[in-house]
Design a protein around this ligand. Structure first.
Ligand SMILES: [Zn+2]
Length: 773
């Protein structure tokens, strides 16, 4: 319930942060300097912040609030945006937008951000008041073909009505994910822009949702949590920290999705086949709960998850997932496509890394952080336009696909608004609760203003160009402290000098420490030479990527427009042996390639992983390899559309509908299972051309079935799958008669049972084979 008592109890908390001290056994040893203390100097990171700021200021709060006004019975003040904003989850962008405005304000002190933020929050207060019960939201849900306000889903859950076809909650597309974004945005508006009204609204929201979830049985709660719910546990933990209201802590503990978190707590990696970014925020929530409660089990679960994802599920750029899903541990070489590395995942893994580093301040955490922050997050935004990519594709020859300013609003646009508003947030750290050690973890040109010590520390030098990093210290008078500088693992023979004198470089926990009574003009210079190195896939030592210093290098395959070139291979005794060190030319087949930093290939086709053959191997394998490569290129060329069953985003994009099927999985590949029934179905839209072949992927042991495939209601085939049983995927092609596609650019494909079960993994629409020539 949204009670007055709740508000009064917590009103004292509105004045400042935090209201609750940390747990007795406080695990937090170090803390980042606040963003306000860090000024970014010219660099690629500052460019990203500037481009993002431009985008943030171009967005209109009234448009992001369109559904919120409508939901409360108020007149909208702007048109709804397109893309995901107009697909049932309006509000997720608003939440990210609030966080991003807060971060951008803290990062730059530009009052334009705060003005937008304060306006947005003031409108939200009006909207929440109009609802009268603490609810605020912009989600919608379809009922009997009609679009309804999404509040109905919450009121149904309150009455113990909970259903799902796999990813939805009562037909709503991840409403609690959206809820979490709005909630987190308000908390960040409070934190970064000191907006007390935002915390009041967050309290109303928190209490409303407690009213909805509070009476559910544990079993019902788990059903609700089966749908993606972001970091809802984290925001409730944070509500407790801000207000001291123990109900919020109890709720944070209850938002514990057992199906995912119990195996992790027992140190079992069952991530294969799971939607990656649905899980990561749950672990960030546990990390926060550890900090708040001191309950080590939460921290251990978060640490175990981090280790599994980073060391067993991540690609060389620090990103994870293909088609948004985790695969089998250490089996990455077969998962390189145009949908690797969803950007939200790395945004969240970096957040989780910050928590783990705070408990154990070892520079090694930042070897990962820097790798992903530079090679994935910077690759996620086009600094010319401020547009974002959803995936950072690692398949050879792939290019990046960017958002539009007002018709995309994917999750990765939202997380992108945040990621690129805060590039100063993890450079400078200090001991929690004071102390006199300052840690420099990232080499991003910036100036730290350390008020406790009345000292400024400037960090300059472009490490991407191989320049030394210079720290210039400017105290008022003198200041005693230790400057602890991370010595990255990639540095090839690092050197240190203090005030021009070479100094022995002693590294402990990844840091070199310089302690002295600092005077104005003191300088420390750290030289970090680059070396060219190779990293191979855990499951394939003959699939190699190149690293130079902190940068993942890519083969430049030409402009993003135009045909996909053949994927390059390296025929040499070793990968490094194929590179000319002076010009960074890679002697690849079918042609030599220039190695360039991967992150800034914004509009180029690239190759990151190179298959490696010795001369002898290539003689044996060349024909088979080239045939497989030709097949891959041909299939790409023939593909009109791909529907991956059992994956949330493809199902959403293809207007998937079903009466009874469930997500399934085989060898880590997602599918849809229709149980043994008659007349049950799933269906979806699929793009077609005049001449179309439907290619369906089944499991080869699912034989002698009986089901219909229809196209726009007309029977295409009654299928029996009558072939020898084999334990592998089986692809079947169906030519679609031209009459079924005449004059259409998409059709509705439906699978209907006729007395047996059915598992389908992928359906492609293809151009006919002969058209290839
Ligand atoms: Zn995303």
């Amino acid at each position: 319930m949204f009670t007055r008592r709740g508000l009064m109890l917590t009103s004292a908390a509105l004045a400042g942060l935090p209201a609750v001290a940390h747990a007795a056994a406080d695990p937090v040893k170090v803390a980042p300097f606040p963003l306000e203390a860090v000024t970014l100097m010219p660099s690629v990171w500052r460019d990203a912040v500037d481009a993002n700021g431009h985008y943030l200021l171009s967005l209109e709060p009234d448009r992001l609030l369109h559904n919120f006004h409508k939901s409360a019975g108020l007149a909208p003040k702007g048109d709804i945006y397109g893309g995901w904003e107009n697909m049932g989850i309006a509000g997720h962008s608003l939440g990210h937008y609030l966080t991003a405005l807060g971060l951008a304000y803290a990062q730059t002190r530009d009052p334009a951000y705060k003005a937008k933020l304060d306006y947005t929050v003031s409108e939200m207060a009006i909207i929440q008041k109009a609802h009268g019960d603490g609810y605020i939201g912009g989600t919608t849900v379809e009922r009997d073909g009609k679009l309804q306000d999404g509040k109905i889903v919450y009121e149904e859950v309150r009455k113990h009505v909970i259903t799902s076809h796999g990813f939805d909650l009562n037909g709503g597309w991840v409403p609690l994910y959206t809820w979490h974004k709005v909630h987190a945005g308000l908390l960040d508006a409070h934190r970064y822009a000191n907006n007390g009204q935002a915390l009041k609204i967050a309290i109303g929201m928190s209490d409303y949702l407690i009213g909805v979830l509070g009476d559910l049985s544990d079993e019902e709660m788990q059903k609700v949590l089966a749908a993606e719910h972001g970091g809802l546990n984290e925001t409730y933990a944070e509500m407790y920290v801000r207000t001291g209201d123990k109900r919020y802590l109890d709720t944070a503990r209850r938002i514990y999705h057992k199906a995912v978190l119990t195996p992790l707590a027992q140190r079992r990696d069952e991530l294969e086949g799971k939607h990656a970014n649905t899980q990561i925020p749950k672990l960030i929530g546990l990390a926060r709960l550890y900090e708040v409660t001191g309950d080590k089990a939460y921290g251990d679960t978060a640490s175990y998850f981090w280790d599994r994802v980073i060391h067993h599920h991540s690609y060389v750029i620090g990103g994870n997932s293909a088609g948004e899903h985790f695969g089998a541990p250490d089996k990455l070489s077969g998962r390189l496509d145009d949908k690797t590395c969803e950007s939200c995942n790395t945004y969240n893994m970096l957040k989780l890394t910050r928590h783990l580093y705070q408990w154990q301040p070892d520079a090694a955490w930042f070897d990962y952080y820097e790798r992903a922050h530079l090679n994935h997050i910077l690759a996620h935004q086009d600094p010319q336009t401020g547009a974002f990519v959803y995936f950072v594709p690692l398949a050879s020859g792939s290019q990046r696909l960017y958002s539009t300013p007002d018709t995309s609003f994917w999750c990765c646009v939202g997380s992108g608004m945040e990621s690129h508003a805060k590039h100063g947030d993890s450079i400078w750290w200090r001991q929690a609760g004071g102390g006199d050690t300052v840690y420099a973890n990232l080499f991003i040109p910036s100036e730290l203003s350390w008020t406790d010590k009345a000292t400024k520390i400037a960090l300059s030098g472009d490490i991407l160009k191989g320049e030394p990093v210079t720290f210039t210290v400017t105290p008022q008078g003198t200041a005693d402290f230790t400057l602890a500088i991370r010595v990255p693992k990639w540095a090839d023979g690092p050197r240190l000098s203090v005030n021009g004198k070479n100094t022995p470089l002693l590294v402990k926990n990844g840091y070199v420490r310089v302690r002295r009574a600092w005077k104005a003009g003191d300088t420390v210079v750290l030289t970090l030479p680059h070396a060219l190195k190779v990293e191979t896939m855990p499951d394939n030592p003959r699939l190699a990527a190149f690293i130079k210093g902190p940068m993942v290098m890519a083969g430049d395959m030409g402009p993003a427009q135009g045909d996909v070139p053949q994927a390059p291979v390296v025929v040499a005794a070793s990968a490094l042996g194929a590179v000319d060190r002076g010009s960074l030319t890679l002697n690849a087949q079918p042609q030599a390639l220039q190695l360039v930093p991967f992150f800034n290939q914004y509009h180029r086709r690239t190759a990151v992983y190179f298959p490696l053959f010795t001369e002898a191997q290539w003689q044996v394998e060349k024909a088979a390899y080239e045939e497989a490569e030709a097949d891959r290129v041909a299939l790409n060329w023939r593909t009109i559309d791909i529907m991956r069953l059992g994956e949330m985003q493809p199902e959403r994009d293809h207007a998937f509908a079903t009466d009874i099927s469930e997500p399934s999985s085989r060898l880590g590949r997602s599918g849809r299972w229709l149980m043994w029934t008659t007349g049950k179905y799933f269906e979806f839209d699929l793009a077609v051309e005049a001449q179309t072949v439907l290619q369906v992927t089944y499991w080869g042991q699912d034989i002698r079935r009986n089901f219909d495939i229809t196209v726009d209601g007309v029977l295409l085939t009654n299928e029996k799958l009558d072939y020898p049983s084999e334990a592998q995927f089986r692809v079947v092609d169906y030519a679609v008669p031209a009459a079924m596609t005449a004059g259409k650019d998409k059709v509705r494909v439906r699978f209907t049972t006729r007395g047996s079960g059915l598992d389908v993994f992928e359906v492609r629409s293809l151009r006919p084979e002969k058209a290839q020539a």
